[in-house]
Design a protein around this ligand. Structure first.
Ligand SMILES: [Zn+2]
Length: 102
């Protein structure tokens, strides 16, 4: 089993983790204008095609790095697109998991 750890984005509201800014942006619902921005529910995020996976996240506590496992939100669709785009360069070293997009 390979363990990848990457610095993740955490929402200060719902405390969820996201693989990247664009996924974080997707989970915020409502309009800036009305000041009623809120975090989506798991169900709403699922309906956007987002999913979670267990990932090790770097947590800095008092200057020390800790690795902790969290559910991290990502987009299976975007990942597949990236995988397709880079396939000629990467070869097939990485085990390709089949992930069902919701
Ligand atoms: Zn949030």
């Amino acid at each position: 089993m390979s363990i990848k750890s990457v610095g993740k984005i955490q929402c200060s509201g719902c405390k969820r983790f996201f693989v990247r800014d664009s996924i974080f942006d997707m989970h915020r619902a409502g309009k800036f204008k009305t000041g009623k921005r809120r975090c989506m529910t798991d169900e709403e995020m699922g309906s956007l095609g987002l999913s979670t996976e267990k990932r090790l996240v770097r947590i800095w506590i008092e200057g020390e790095m800790h690795l902790e496992e969290y559910d991290v939100w990502y987009s299976p669709v975007a990942r597949e697109r990236t995988r397709q785009a880079f396939r000629p360069l990467q070869g097939d070293e990485e085990e390709v998991k089949s992930e069902q997009a919701i």
